[in-house]
Design a protein around this ligand. Structure first.
Ligand code: DX5
Ligand code: ZN
Length: 218
């Protein structure tokens, strides 16, 4: 079964609560919250307070944190404390992936590993026992509103094969440039979880945009 996880990054921060509520009314159960540190990526977004407010205001929603930071000593504990249900950090952001996967497990937070478009899919192999989700970036991280990369299908299929050969059942998530056309492409390649930002929050009534994606992802 596919999961849709709207990214609030391109929502208007002044209307955030009501936009999130509108997405919930459209059937959403999980939100993707992009954290950018201005260092690992050349953009800044939210701090832990936003996540804390999200989890207290919408306690039944799953908070999926996409951490685009390489200051993990500070940022991972801060976002775990803020109430992350699932925390995804980048393979490229640390020399000690294992340590942080263990940290998340010890704190009862589901662990996601993220790989950038230029990182070989093969790098995931040593971590398949420890991850709850794999996020394959379908754009270079840092900004919403970019185009889905054409080589993404091959990468999704490659990851699907590696995971199956290891006898694991790890959902593959895609993030970046997902709309009603690219969602279909990613689904056909084997993606399970779909992040969409601009398409949901900028291109039309939120519930209507969600419905367009849900119709494809069913
Ligand atoms: C990009 C972020 C994405 C982004 C998705 O760095 O990780 O989650 O917000 O936005 P769209 O759907 O507009 O590409
Ligand atoms: Zn993201």
């Amino acid at each position: 079964m596919s999961i849709l996880a709207p990214s609030i990054l391109n929502a208007n921060t002044m209307n955030l609560g009501s936009d999130i509520q509108e997405a919930i009314d459209g059937g959403v159960k999980r939100f993707h919250i992009d954290i950018m540190d201005g260092h690992f990526v050349p953009n800044l977004s939210y701090g832990p307070e936003l996540v804390e407010n999200f989890t207290t205001t919408f306690p039944n929603m799953e908070a999926e944190i996409h951490l685009m930071s390489n200051n993990l000593d500070v940022t991972i504990p801060a976002f775990v404390k803020a109430g992350a249900d699932l925390l995804e950090f980048h393979y490229e952001a640390t020399d000690d992936v294992e340590k942080w996967l263990k940290y998340l497990k010890d704190h009862n937070v589901k662990a996601g590993l993220v790989i950038n478009p230029d990182t070989s899919v093969e790098v995931i192999k040593p971590y398949l026992d420890q991850i709850d989700q794999l996020l394959i970036m379908t754009v270079k991280p840092g900004f919403g509103g970019q185009s889905f990369r054409a080589d993404s299908s091959t990468r999704i299929a490659q990851a699907k094969k590696i995971i199956a050969e290891a006898g694991k059942d790890i959902p593959i998530e895609v993030d970046g440039g997902i709309d009603d056309k690219t969602a279909e492409i990613a689904k056909a390649a084997g993606a399970d979880v779909f992040v969409a930002g601009s398409f949901i929050f900028k291109k039309g009534p939120i519930a209507q945009q969600i419905l367009k994606l849900e119709n494809i992802l069913i």
